[in-house]
Design a protein around this ligand. Structure first.
Ligand code: ATP
Ligand code: MG
Length: 415
């Protein structure tokens, strides 16, 4: 893509009402636009990053047998009354709306109820299980505080997978697979080293649930980590009994701020029981399906990467999620300052064409502006590899290659 064609512009100053680093950087670099607190638009660069994150998650969900669907945001009150989750007293994060005839509807904040209902049409016998179904979908949550940029949206993207098994034993096998898949995802997203599997309360159907917590000063959660064992517990379960159970010792644990990037949970028969999702076993008996749910917020993950991988100059995207792999920055000499077809422009155009033809994703800064402005923008946008082409580099038939992460500079021959 040619930068002269990109409609977004960078800006020097962050918006005054934005306190979080992720949103400040992402807005300044033109990745996102703020509609209001907790509500953000994804612009071309931002959407490219979000889609890369989604792509990685999708591959790993497919690898554990997930089947992708896309469910509705509008929610039928009856299903949520059946599980006692409709009332604002039980759940105060609902956004609700009404039809013209006054029928109440909700905007989904999660999707256990509607998916359990869908599965009732399709699961009949033990032969139909296990199954796993997932989606990437916009969730709505009336969050009390929304000061963390895209880490905490009131409207945000979630990947939610739900598993359906014959019993707890079979569920536990799938749950372990999903847990592994989650760590694979965070490794591929470039935040594996900072991300801890964190034991949290399990609800009524299992001893623990697991959160995936990425160490970060911007995090809203406090976790207690054992660095050597790469394990952590959250505040709710920090007690002698749990530590004993997990073989952890309080003296070894360090308190850290962290961002919950993912959460997996055993649901047992809570939803299948309430909504009547049963299967028929070999003896002809109807039994409630055993369920699990597995969430990741791709938009929160994007904000987390922006927090973890940035410096005083701007964003530093890991290659796996960067909007482009190469930022080709052409420094036009005097002969091309007027936009004419000078030597540098010609060489840069050719390099852009040949890289693109090879399938390399390139953002080509072909704008007529100063070198200083181009380098500043390039640091801010944070593409992993910067290729500089100028009269000076062409004198040796070379380009300058700079690694955004390490700052290492190398000259490479053009041919
Ligand atoms: P939190 O405790 O941070 O409010 P949660 O426990 O309510 O999150 P879950 O219901 O487990 O979140 O949602 C699954 C995943 O969706 C989370 O792990 C997180 O990655 C993402 N997520 C949850 N709430 C938000 C939000 N408001 N904005 C962006 N992502 C979110
Ligand atoms: Mg959670």
């Amino acid at each position: 893509m040619k930068q002269s064609q990109l409609f977004t512009k960078t800006r020097r100053e962050a918006p005054k009402d934005e306190v979080s680093k992720n949103a400040q950087l992402l807005i300044r670099a033109g990745y996102i636009h703020k509609e209001m607190a907790g509500v953000y638009d994804f612009l071309p660069l931002g959407l490219r990053v979000l889609n890369k994150i989604v792509g990685i998650i999708r591959e790993e969900m497919n690898a554990i047998g997930g089947q992708e669907v896309h469910m509705t945001a509008l929610q039928d009150k009856g299903k949520w009354e059946a599980t006692d989750r409709w009332s604002d007293k039980v759940n105060d994060i609902w956004f609700k709306t009404k039809l013209k005839n006054d029928t109440e509807l909700g905007l989904g904040f999660t999707h256990e109820e509607p998916l359990t209902s869908i599965m009732k049409d399709h699961i009949r016998s033990y032969k139909d299980l296990p199954k796993a179904v997932y989606q990437f979908q916009t969730k709505f949550r009336n969050e009390a505080r929304a000061k963390s940029g895209i880490l905490r949206g009131r409207e945000f993207l979630m990947k939610d997978l739900y598993s359906f098994s014959i019993d707890e034993k079979s569920h536990n096998i799938y749950y372990a697979k999903a847990k592994d898949a989650y760590m694979k995802i965070f490794n591929r997203l470039g935040i594996g080293d900072q991300t801890f599997v964190t034991f949290a309360t399990g609800g009524s159907f299992s001893k623990y649930s697991h959160e995936f917590q990425t160490l970060c000063e911007a995090g809203e959660d406090l976790i207690y980590i054992d660095e050597k064992k790469k394990m952590a517990v959250n505040k709710e379960v920090l007690n002698d009994e749990v530590l004993n159970d997990l073989g952890l010792s309080r003296a070894e644990l360090v308190e850290k701020k962290a961002i919950e990037v993912g959460n997996i949970f055993s649901l047992g028969t809570k939803f299948s029981g309430a909504l009547g999702l049963n299967y028929r076993d070999e003896s002809g008996k109807d039994i409630a399906v055993n369920m699990g749910c597995y969430g990741i917020g791709p938009s929160r993950v994007m904000g987390t990467i922006a927090e973890v991988w940035s410096d005083d100059k701007g964003l530093v995207w890991p290659e796996s999620v960067a909007p482009f792999k190469v930022h080709l920055v052409a420094i036009f000499g005097k002969d091309t300052a007027s936009g004419g077809a000078g030597k540098v422009r010609q060489a840069a155009d050719e390099l852009y064409a040949s890289l693109t033809a090879k399938g390399v994703e390139v953002l080509y800064d072909d704008r007529d502006c100063s070198a200083g402005e181009k380098f500043g923008d390039s640091d801010l946008i944070g593409i992993p590899w910067r290729y500089v082409i100028s009269e000076k580099t062409l004198a040796t038939d070379s380009i300058e290659v700079k690694d955004r992460k390490t700052g290492t500079v190398e000259m490479k021959k053009l041919k």
